[in-house]
Design a protein. Structure first.
Length: 286
């Protein structure tokens, strides 16, 4: 039996992909085992509901959980509508000219900027220039600016994936452009847009550098009472425990426990989004 070159290439390609998948899963398993084995022992109800005690060597991480949720939700609520509207303009209204091309180049460039640069930007603009101080609002605005290019890009790709025939059919039935976008284009692209938002939430929740100068505090026993208060945050709390602690024997397990909680929060948000997207897809089939 003669084996063709195409069969050989297909066999090699399939096995390379299989090996890469197995290789990635092995490292993922090692990563999860390392985090959970070192931090799982400190996870308890008191760890999740109490404030830090004795220089963060005892107690829990409740203020850091609340601070992370406040920063993440506020930044996404700011960035999502701006990013979606920008994507709608670029796909549905903007023409093909040098100005639009410049915008797309700028979005791509901003996506590659290191997060510490956004932290310095937030410090200069929001904390100092607008005099918002080190606060939830300053941190959320900084995170929103950081994640905005990604939201624009993913939303733009989702809108581009909607077949042009859908738009033409809607207009042929008498709908104007804005109604076509609202009733046809956005519902069709919604699942892909939600996927981009979930990834953005994961990135925002895990960032340390942008909130280092704009929102996070090393230690507090108080919960924020307004958007102008500084807060503890899970990623910065991990950094503080591992680098600035005075009792590493007690603080290192707490750092890994905090990492477990952060991973769990991101996974819960992702799971909720997946279930939501599945329900939307099932309703469309009916």
């Amino acid at each position: 039996m003669k084996i063709s070159k195409r069969d050989i290439k297909s066999f090699i390609g399939t096995n390379v992909l299989r090996f890469a998948t197995i290789f990635g899963l092995i490292f993922l398993a090692i990563f999860l085992y390392t985090i959970f084995s070192r931090g799982g022992s400190v996870i308890s109800l008191s760890f999740l509901t109490e404030v830090p005690k004795k220089g963060m060597t005892e107690g829990g991480i409740y203020p850091a959980i609340i601070g992370t949720l406040a920063l993440t939700l506020t930044s996404i609520l700011i960035a999502f509508p701006i990013g979606l509207f920008a994507a709608i303009y670029l796909v549905e209204y903007a023409g093909k000219n040098w100005f639009v091309r410049s915008i797309r180049v700028a979005i791509g460039t901003l996506s590659a900027v290191p997060s510490i640069i956004f932290g310095l930007f937030g410090l200069t603009v929001f904390v100092v220039f607008f005099d918002l101080g080190v606060s939830i609002l300053s941190g959320a605005l900084t995170l929103a600016v950081m994640v905005l290019p990604y939201i624009i890009k993913t939303s733009e790709e989702a809108l581009k994936a909607v077949p042009q025939s859908f738009r033409e059919a809607s207009i042929a039935l008498g709908a104007n452009k804005s109604r076509t976008i609202l009733k046809v284009v956005l519902p069709t692209a919604f699942q892909s847009i939600i996927t981009g938002i979930v990834v953005s939430i994961g990135r925002v929740a895990g960032e340390t550098a942008p909130i280092l100068f704009t929102a996070a505090t090393f230690y507090t026993r108080e919960l924020p009472s307004s958007f102008m208060d500084e807060v503890m945050a899970l990623p910065y709390h991990i950094y503080a425990l591992m680098t600035e602690g005075t009792n590493p024997v007690k603080q290192e397990p707490m750092a890994y426990g905090t990492a477990v909680v952060l991973l769990a929060l991101v996974l819960i948000v992702s799971l909720v989004a997946i279930i939501w997207r599945y329900n939307i897809r099932r309703k469309k089939k009916w």
